[in-house]
Design a protein around this ligand. Structure first.
Ligand code: A3P
Length: 276
């Protein structure tokens, strides 16, 4: 449905990602950056809405049954720029996203942190039917073999990476780890990419730091709106906010699993210029 019927507008901003790579964080940042002139700092809709209610998931969301999202026929009424997200791989994006002037922001993350994050997220929804130890092994094995709901992880990342090199004005490639390490320069980059750079006055008034502060995981997970309720019938709103750390894999996975995945990563990313 999404692939066939979605018509991108030139002003649309679309977050693309493999699940569990920082989509929720990027949604928060993008929403606040784009709407910063509309809402004073302490009145941000992010304080009253889960980030997934502010940036709409297209497949399974707008073009699915999820009641949290506007229906496809109402998309034209959304204020500009419209903010969406998708987990589809680059080669599966609707033609109008590629041919229009809309912009795509891709977030990626170290695959081991991603798989550990996915494991804990799914456990929340599936605890009743899966034995934990069996599940971590299945998750890793699936991940390793490229059996992911949204297509193989590495092909997903590499597809967007190559597109970002070919079309740097169309596609911004971000890494979760860079956002953690240097949020100021990443947030500036993001704002410039969407055509809303921070003015010298905003910079001197600390607008960038305020945005980073507002979107910090520690802040968001303590908000009432993110503590209870479910999305898509299964997933607790709070399960989108866990630890939000880099390198958590080291404490969760056996060394041989880490080595195996690192070898695969090296093999898959060789010659691409991309690393995690
Ligand atoms: P962990 O499970 O490692 O804690 P996604 O949004 O793509 O589903 O990714 C979820 C991951 O992003 C989870 O990682 C979650 O904790 C983390 N995350 C969510 N909001 C965040 C934020 N504001 N800052 C940093 N990380 C965040």
């Amino acid at each position: 449905m999404f692939q066939r019927y979605f018509h991108a507008q030139d002003t649309d901003l679309i977050i693309a990602s493999h699940p569990k790579t920082g989509t929720t964080w990027l949604k928060s940042l993008l929403f606040v950056i784009v709407n910063r002139l509309k809402h004073p700092k302490n009145k941000s809709p992010l304080l009253k809405h889960h980030p997934h209610e502010l940036v709409y998931r297209l497949e399974n969301g707008v073009y699915g049954e999820a009641s949290e999202y506007p229906r496809p026929q109402h998309l034209k009424e959304l204020p500009s720029p419209r903010l969406f997200n998708t987990h589809l791989p680059y080669h599966s994006l609707p033609e109008s996203i590629l041919s229009s002037e809309c912009r795509v922001l891709y977030i990626s993350r170290n695959p081991l942190d991603t798989v550990v994050s996915f494991y804990y997220f799914m456990l929340d929804g599936m605890r009743k039917i899966l034995h934990e130890e069996e599940f971590i092994n299945t998750s890793l094995e699936d991940f390793y073999n490229g059996r992911n709901t949204n297509g193989p992880f590495f092909e997903h990342v590499i597809g967007y990476w190559k597109a970002s090199l070919e079309h740097p004005d169309k596609l911004l490639f971000l890494k979760y780890e860079d956002l953690k390490k240097d949020p100021v320069s990443q947030v500036k980059k993001l704002a410039e990419f969407v055509g809303m750079p921070f003015s010298p006055q905003e910079e001197s008034e600390g607008v960038i730091q305020n945005i980073i502060q507002l979107c910090r995981i520690k802040n968001l997970k303590e908000l009432e709106v993110n503590k209870s309720g479910v999305f898509n019938k299964y997933f607790d709103k709070k399960s989108y906010f866990k630890k939000g750390e880099v390198g958590d894999r080291a404490h969760q996975l056996a060394p041989n699993m880490v080595e195996r995945m690192n070898n695969l990563m090296q093999e898959k990313l060789e010659g691409t210029g991309l690393s995690f």
